[in-house]
Structures are given as C-alpha cells and as structure tokens.
Design a protein. Sequence first.
Length: 322
Amino acid sequence: MAHFLQSPAWGRLQHARGRQVVELSGDGWTAQGFIEQGRINARLYAPYGPQLERPDALAGALASLRDAAQQRGAAFLRIEPTLVTPAAADTAASADPVTLGLPPSELERLGLRRVGRVQPEHTQRVRLDRPFDEVLANMRKTNRNLHRNFAKKGLSVRRSSDPADIRHLLRLLREVSDRTGMHAHADDYLSLQAQTLVPTGDASIYLVELAGETEPIAASLIYDDSERRYYGHAAADTAHRNLSPGVILVTQMMEDAHAAGLREFDLYGVVPPGVTDHAWAGFSDFKRSFGGYQVDYSGTWELPVRPLSYAIYRLARRLLDE
C-alpha cells in the first residue's frame, strides 16, 4: 500500500494549492509528483516516491520522472524512493526496525545526490490487526491507565468532520509556537487541508474537551487511507498538561482506527532511540511510548535535469545557508 502522500487524496490537495500533479507508472513502480516553483527554478517532487515493488525498478522510474520534469521545465527531481512491502507489519511483531529505503550506494550509483530531509527519514508505526487489548498492552503503562480512566477526569474525545474545527488546532499550534519557537505550518495551508480532505473522509479533526472549559484543550488533524491512519498535526494546551491530553488523543485515535478495521497507526516522524541531541528527541520518545516498530526510509535525494540551472540553485542555497 502506497504512502498517503502518494495517494489521490494528497494529489487533490496539491491541485487545490495550484500545483501541477504528475502521475506516472511503469514496471514495478508508481509515482505521484508535484511541480514546485521556487525563487530560482522549478522542481518535480515526489514525496515518499517513487513507490517501488523491487529495488531494480528505480532506474526505470528515474528515467520516466526525468522525462516528465524536462517536459514541464523543471530543473531537477526531488525524490524519496520507497519500497512497497505489504507484509512489513506482519514481519514487525517485535520492535525491530523495518527498512523501506534503498542503500545510499545504490542511489548514488544512479546519479542521485543526498540533500537535507524533506519528509521524515524514520517513523513509528503500531500494528492494529489484533485485539485492541494487545495494542494497549504494548504501550507504556501510564498510557494504558490514562486511556482507561480519562473520562473520570472530565475529559472526552470527539472526532469532527467539520472543516471549520481546524480553528482549534490552529489556535493551539500558535500557542505552542509562541512558547517553544516551534515552526508550525501556515494557517492557510492547514485550513486548505481541512477544506479539501475532511469532507471526503480522507482526513479528520480530533478534539479533546474538558468539562467546564469553553475551548478544546488538545486537537489533531489525521489522515486515513484503506490500511493506515497517519498522525499528521497535533497540539495541546500547556495549562492542562497534567491531564496528558496528548496521550489521550493518540490512544483514542488508535482505538477508533482499530474499530474501523485499519491495519496500522503511523505516528509519523521520529529520530532513532539513540539520538538524544536532536530537536525531535522528546516527542520521538513520546511516540515510542505507544509501542510499535520503527520504519526507515531512503531520505531525500535530488537528480539534475537541467544541470546549469540546478548548479545555480545549489550555489544560491549554499550562500543562503552561510
């Protein structure tokens, strides 16, 4: 099953943003990319794509993507090659990582250049294709207890299919950003996600409410496909941190996904357990507290299509970074 960022729903969102959507397929691969216009030139970007049935399908995918980029005036490709292995969750009964990426040496052999990540290089997934008591049993004990007892504290969790409820998440994200300096996505972008994806059921808004409070104390935007629920964006009110609304939000979203027959819950970006000096270390530990296994991707790679234009772009990026 392809990643949600390679789904028709995500393509609709990119179209709504005014981007040209490029859909390609060949022997052992599929790809959905978007023409992104930068200040200097344009690129064809395929997030978590192309999706490969086998590693040797990448060469054919690159040739087709390069042609498509050239036809549309793009200076380079930006890709994140991902192996599609439907049985990955079945082999992840333990906490051992599952690799969906290709070896860097293979990518370099095809002329690709490693660049700073765009999508996360690692994620944490939890299997839901078992009794939910087993899902809970693999969580941290405090998470289990919070899930079983949150109603006693006056808390409730509500799933909303009203795009207007994105305002609660935007408010909470601004509070977190003001407090921590975190760079949140623009309000307009998240509002467009809600307007485009929530009415069709491809996304939902979850809210944690506390008796006596007029506004939700935690909120999230999640994405669903036929197999998996993705934990997209979330924020919680610091004033009620002692109630752990963020934990309750995740466990209820998991239980609802389980009840809907979804196979996995994807907690999205993490850094590996041994990485402690990264900005994501804290919330990576939070995500691992729900159990599951780590998925490792290829990272982000680029391939020049118009070499001179790409060289100018790379030089400008270096100067800006300095």
